[in-house]
Design a protein around this ligand. Structure first.
Ligand code: ZN
Ligand code: ZN
Length: 431
């Protein structure tokens, strides 16, 4: 009995929450899959098609530059296993925004050499999207429309494993459609203690030495050390505490200052967006749109040949983003313009990002805006019923993943997916 109680206490004391890939919680699964996706290239199955593709291109970019990134997300802080934060619904989708406290540690290696590292306490935000009226079919067995093999629907997403035929198919929900990190200033009691002591200790030691040396001239050495230590403890502790509080406040103000521009721009965007979209008969929630845009930006920026992407239709930008090795979304979009012309809806948006660049072994982080102009055909319906369509080149009949490449790899004929969602017409980075 005693042993049991003791065992429980020890466990509480030592309890470390670990988010794992095998978790039944989609939030935890995604965080763990994201780490692995960047480090080893494994599939982020809990992310939607866009997020998944963005991560695989990101990993390709790192590999191509001869870099390796360790991406560690560890649960910590006041809210390591917290719940839903906000929730939205439009006609078709429900989105739930979750956040939890964690530590994010990124280390970049060029070969064996560590060239960059950063770590901070963060809130990790994830948007989990689900269909309201649709059905969950990912585990269902489907007869491949091409070769007739029985395949799980979730496997067909990557092309039929038997006949290599590719399909354009609906997303299998629920999926993580967006994620980002914002700095977390909250601390648990023990985190706060450790943090304060780390600052106080050097102050105390320095003052203890100063006092001891001063006292030595007029006191017995042992007494001088005792008196010096007490003096160091009080004076050093006091000064250290003031220094800690001051630096903490400074950091807070610095971050707040940086965010003012962002907040001013973002405020109103959500409301404007929803009412404009309704006006054009599009019941798309801001969250759905935001997730889509962030994914599209990452896909374009991490792609080696963005000009060949089906989601991009604009002037040549091959090479423009080649030195970007990481993009952190700062959680804000500013809607600049919405207009309608010839059945096309056009929107202009600035996304607030922190971009990390690598050139010749030097890594730099920059706060930047990504300016994007997007278009969507107004009469494209949002597909709700599960749909699957074979992709076949009209010229050579070859099948390939046309959601990732607009040119047939066999005969170079360009292929256009009907009913495309948003397409990027312009994309550029602004300071
Ligand atoms: Zn097949
Ligand atoms: Zn072809």
């Amino acid at each position: 009995m005693d042993k049991l109680v003791l065992g429980r206490d020890v466990m509480n004391e030592e309890k470390k929450i670990k988010w794992s890939k095998s978790s039944s919680n989609i939030y935890e699964k995604f965080a763990a899959e994201l780490e692995d996706g960047i480090e080893t290239g494994s599939k982020v199955t809990s992310g939607d098609q866009d997020v998944r593709y963005g991560v695989s291109l990101w990993r390709n970019r790192l590999e191509k530059k001869g870099l390796k990134m360790n991406y560690d997300i560890a649960a910590r802080g006041l809210n390591p296993d917290g719940n839903r934060f906000r929730e939205w619904k439009d006609e078709h989708y429900s989105s739930k925004l979750y956040y939890r406290t964690c530590e994010l540690r990124k280390t970049v290696y060029s070969g064996e050499k560590k060239i960059y590292s950063e770590f901070d306490n963060m809130d990790m935000y994830q948007t989990v999207t689900d269909v309201i009226s649709g059905v969950h079919v990912d585990e269902e067995i489907y007869c491949c429309p091409n070769c007739g093999a029985n395949v799980k629907i979730k496997e067909l997403v990557e092309g039929c494993p038997y006949c290599n035929t590719y399909f354009k198919m609906s997303e299998l929900y629920p999926k993580v459609s967006n994620y980002y990190f914002l700095r977390d200033y909250s601390r648990t009691g023990s985190e706060l203690k450790t943090e304060i002591w780390k600052v106080l200790a050097p102050f105390m030691i320095v003052w203890a030495i100063i006092y001891t040396i001063t006292f030595l001239s007029s006191m017995h050495p042992i007494l001088a050390v005792i008196a010096g230590s007490i003096g160091g403890f009080i004076t050093g502790g006091f000064m250290g505490y003031i220094f800690w509080a001051y630096s903490k406040l400074g950091g807070l103000f610095k971050d707040a200052g940086k965010s003012i521009g962002l907040l001013a721009n973002v405020a109103g965007t959500m409301k404007n967006f929803n009412s404009y979209m309704k006006k054009y008969g599009q019941d798309i929630s801001y969250e759905y749109f935001q997730a889509k845009i962030i994914s599209m930006i990452k896909v374009v920026a991490f792609s080696d040949s963005p000009d060949e992407l089906p989601i991009y239709d604009g002037p040549n930008i091959n090479g423009y983003f080649d030195d970007i090795i990481d993009m952190d979304y700062r959680g804000g979009l500013a809607l600049r313009k919405i207009s309608e012309q010839n059945g096309m809806l056009q929107t202009t948006v600035d996304a607030f990002m922190i971009n990390t660049y690598e050139k010749n072994g030097k890594v730099k982080r920059r706060e930047e805006k990504v300016h994007v102009v997007l278009e969507r055909k107004l009469d494209v319906p949002v597909d709700l019923v599960f749909s699957i369509k074979k992709i076949q080149c009209p010229s050579c009949a070859g099948s390939f993943d046309a959601t990732k490449n607009k040119v047939c790899p066999y005969c170079n004929t360009s292929y256009k997916i009907e009913d495309m969602d948003w397409i990027i017409k312009t994309i550029k980075i602004e300071k």
